[in-house]
Design a protein around this ligand. Structure first.
Ligand SMILES: O=P(O)(O)OC[C@H]1O[C@H](OP(=O)(O)OP(=O)(O)O)[C@H](O)[C@@H]1O
Ligand SMILES: O=c1cc[nH]c(=O)[nH]1
Ligand SMILES: [Mg+2]
Length: 207
């Protein structure tokens, strides 16, 4: 299943990202903020655990998110600000890393580096702002399944309908929570209207 956010604050923030006057620092902070909102939507009925805490009036049993069951995995580079944002909400969550780059001629993704903690019994929150052809996400999910991920939830900011369809066909069991779905891919496999290259926008580079 995929779920596009209906939150008008999310739309507002996505449109800040589209504006080329939004420079890299604000761009990253906006991705952080959007990621926290989308993560809250995705985790709204996630498993909880009872914990005993010390309150100002003594001990109390409270319901807490079972953060130990989560692993946050950004697809670098562009996924990095998503991790930074979600770690502000869930500072004790574990993280893993995949560094991937799409070949801009063939649009095929390549994995350059991975560092993934044990995934048995874990739910992976896979973080990448962009789903264009869907190739990078499909390859990342395949890799994480081989590593034993029990469940994978994809958090994304912008996607093209073609890419989302491709991910769903390849991995029916993966839920996608996305801020906004755009119109289409252009001839260079970029999302339109989109926001350009998310990695370049975030880190002030030009690929
Ligand atoms: O759906 P696809 O067609 O695979 O394209 C989407 C991928 O492209 C972007 O990363 P990119 O390869 O540009 O790397 P970067 O994060 O270093 O900019 C984006 O963050 C996705 O990972
Ligand atoms: O539109 C796109 C497509 C791929 N990667 C991006 O960052 N943006
Ligand atoms: Mg890029």
């Amino acid at each position: 299943m995929y779920k596009e956010s209906t939150n008008v604050v999310v739309k507002h923030l996505v449109n800040r990202l589209r504006d080329v006057r939004t420079a890299s620092n604000e761009f990253r902070l906006t991705i952080e903020e959007l990621s926290r909102i989308i993560a809250s939507e995705a985790l709204s009925d996630f498993e909880t655990v009872t914990q005993n805490i010390n309150t100002w009036q003594g001990s109390l049993d409270v319901e807490m998110l079972e953060v130990q069951k989560l692993v946050l995995v950004p697809i670098l580079r562009a996924g990095e600000p998503m991790l930074t944002g979600i770690l502000k909400t869930l500072p004790y969550a574990r993280s893993g890393f995949l560094a991937m780059k799409r070949d801009e001629k063939t649009a095929l993704s390549k994995l350059f580096y991975e560092n993934i903690p044990p995934l048995e019994d874990k739910t992976v929150l896979l973080l990448d702002p962009m789903i264009a052809t869907g190739g990078s996400l499909i390859d990342a999910i395949t890799y994480l399944k081989e590593k034993g991920a029990k469940r994978i939830i994809s958090l994304n900011i912008l996607g093209a309908p073609e890419g989302i369809k491709a991910v769903q066909e390849a991995h029916k069991d993966v839920d996608i929570y996305i801020a906004q779905i755009d119109e289409r891919l252009d001839d260079n496999k970029y999302i339109r209207p989109g926001l350009g290259d998310a990695g370049d926008r975030a880190f002030n580079t030009n690929s």
